[in-house]
Ligand binder design. Sequence first.
Ligand code: TTP
Ligand code: MG
Length: 239
Amino acid sequence: MQQVKHLITKMAGTAAQKINRPFTVIVEGNIGSGKTTFLQQIARNENVCVLAEPVDNWRDVNGHNLLGLMYEDPKKWSFTFQSYVQLTMLQNHLQQTGAPIKLIERSLYSARYCFVEKLAKDGLLPQPSFAVIDKWFSWIKSQKLAEVDMIVYLRTSPEVVYERILQRKRPEERTVSLEHLRSLNQYHEDWLFNKNKFECPAPTLVLNADQERETVAKEFLRLEPEILSTLNIKAEAHG
Ligand code: TTP
Ligand code: MG
């Protein structure tokens, strides 16, 4: 959607004087919340570098489908899978681009604060394995290798994403239950909405993503003044 791209361009232009790297937006939300679709609505051109989530890479690591293995036997494969997810997320954060704006589906943060956290709490990721992933995560953060400027949180209800996941029929996700989505939703909510669990690495814009995708994009546009003020930017100075 051309206008969405225009708005992000405007935000990035206004923030450019403050930072010496691309203005980086991460798009977060439960499985099936519409992150990929949202990114696709931002027209691709030389000003915007769009990095969709590397799900296909997770399905073929030297011929191994780590995503599939993780769902089949989480106790055995969660550490392997989440270690690789962390690597591919870091690669996205570090991806060089000449574009002034970078949009990333998910981030190191949601992998750690939602998925890894849940696996550990559910007893599927042993504490020593959790500790290793967390040490890597903390070190990456301390080195400022995953800096972000804005979070777009596509907020959904578990029932809606459950339906979408059933419809899209990703083979690995056939065992995903409504209960699992409710729990994952709570991790996202505590992190990005209630803000009572983990730090938010950037100002967060919350969109109701139960709606049709066109409506979500329109809502994003309608919130322009709020976005700009959240980012402490005076829109009129840069119109
Ligand atoms: P999502 O990262 O939520 O991506 P999606 O493409 O399903 O979302 P959208 O429809 O909004 O575009 O999940 C992809 C799959 O990877 C899903 O089965 C959950 C799994 N996953 C983990 O198990 N651990 C992780 O750390 C991440 C990031 C994903
Ligand atoms: Mg996606």
